[in-house]
Design a binder for this molecule. Structure first.
Ligand code: ZN
Ligand code: ZN
Length: 144
């Protein structure tokens, strides 16, 4: 029985006519099995259990592919990656990162996103990479 997320990803790639190679699928599966954010280094260690010859470029190329196709997100402030719950489509993203339990809440408010872009535009600034991340303590960690 295949992973249902992987099946959907394979279907999306088929529709878009993009090559979803076995190594990309393997890294996708490893990402899908993670509860939260995972670093490239940790992924490489996991990948080595399947392919002892896996090298950092292997994992970075696969991660780039998954990023480009909006299957995962990069968390800049943690230097880590997160499975996208919206999957396969681009969307605005604001992250709330709990520094206590490492839970990550993904917000997708287009109003925040547009306001930020608009302010940049008014400053004559051309955004090439937009990162909205906040660190703090989540509700559970605060009150339990
Ligand atoms: Zn997403
Ligand atoms: Zn927490």
């Amino acid at each position: 029985m295949q992973n249902p997320l992987l099946e959907r990803a394979i279907e999306i790639c088929k529709q878009k006519k993009i090559r979803f190679t076995p190594i990309r699928q393997r890294v996708f599966l490893l990402m899908a099995e993670q509860k939260g954010a995972v670093s490239a280094y940790d992924l490489l260690e996991l990948l080595k259990k399947h392919d002892a010859n896996a090298k950092p470029p292997t994992i970075y190329r696969a991660l780039d592919f998954l990023l480009e196709n909006h299957f995962i997100h990069r968390i800049e402030s943690l230097n880590a990656y997160l499975m996208c719950s919206h999957f396969g489509c681009e969307h605005p993203m604001q992250l709330l990162i709990c520094d206590s339990c490492h839970k990550i809440i993904g917000l997708t408010d287009p109003v925040i996103d547009d306001a930020f872009s608009e302010q940049a535009k008014q400053s004559g600034f051309q955004i090439t990479n937009k990162v909205l991340e906040a660190h703090g303590i989540c509700y559970n960690c605060l009150y339990n």
